[in-house]
Design a protein around this ligand. Structure first.
Ligand code: FMN
Length: 179
């Protein structure tokens, strides 16, 4: 497959550490990977790790102009063949479904014309909540693709639905979209 530019968005979930493996595996497939983190994601993993694995700058700040003085979210959105948010929190799904773009990741998504793939990870009550389900439904209606979470051990200490899908499954969906 020809090299593609994939923006990997990382939100503030306990599953954020798995984004490191995702980035590494996509990189090994020959893709150009650019990471965009939410502020909450930085509570879980560091930009340094993502920059090292992606061999690219990791973006976090809306208000830092890049070299050519375009707003960062617009220039990132233009570069992407695909935006994958993995893990996606209930919060970021809600913000996207409501058109709220109050950080770099949400602003990049809303500025983009490329396909969007979302892999949610959260506590099972958060996932099953009517508002989360409504938000997912709204995003599906406008063509956003989802890799559904699976039943598994959750950070809160018990087993339920909300565990991030297997990375193999997420990569399979990415390959399908980029084909
Ligand atoms: C230890 C810990 C783990 C968390 N894990 C999740 C999670 O897996 N999914 C989720 O939706 N929120 C989780 N949260 C809550 C989010 O971090 C919080 O809603 C945050 O505002 C998300 O911001 P973001 O969507 O901008 O990244 C967790 C919080 C803590 C303290």
């Amino acid at each position: 497959m020809k090299q593609k530019t994939i923006i990997v968005g990382i939100a503030g979930s306990i599953a954020a550490y798995k984004a490191c493996d995702l980035v590494s595996r996509l990189k090994k497939k020959g893709h150009n990977i650019i990471c965009v983190m939410t502020r909450a994601a930085e509570e879980f993993i560091t930009p340094l790790t993502l920059e090292t694995l992606s061999e690219n700058k990791t973006y976090r700040d809306m208000f830092k102009l890049p070299e050519k003085r375009n707003a960062v979210h617009v220039s990132l959105a233009k570069k992407a063949d695909l935006i994958v948010i993995s893990p996606a929190t209930a919060n970021i799904i809600g913000r996207l479904a409501s058109g709220i773009c109050d950080d770099l990741l949400t602003s990049t998504v809303i500025s983009s014309e490329s396909p969007i793939l979302i892999a949610p990870a959260m506590n099972d009550n958060m996932y099953k909540h009517k508002i989360t389900q409504r938000n997912i439904g709204e995003l599906k209606k406008i063509g956003y693709k989802f890799v559904d979470p699976i039943r598994g051990h959750l950070a809160c200490g018990y087993v339920g639905i909300g565990h991030l899908a297997d990375l193999g499954q997420i990569i399979k969906e990415i390959d399908k979209i980029l084909k």
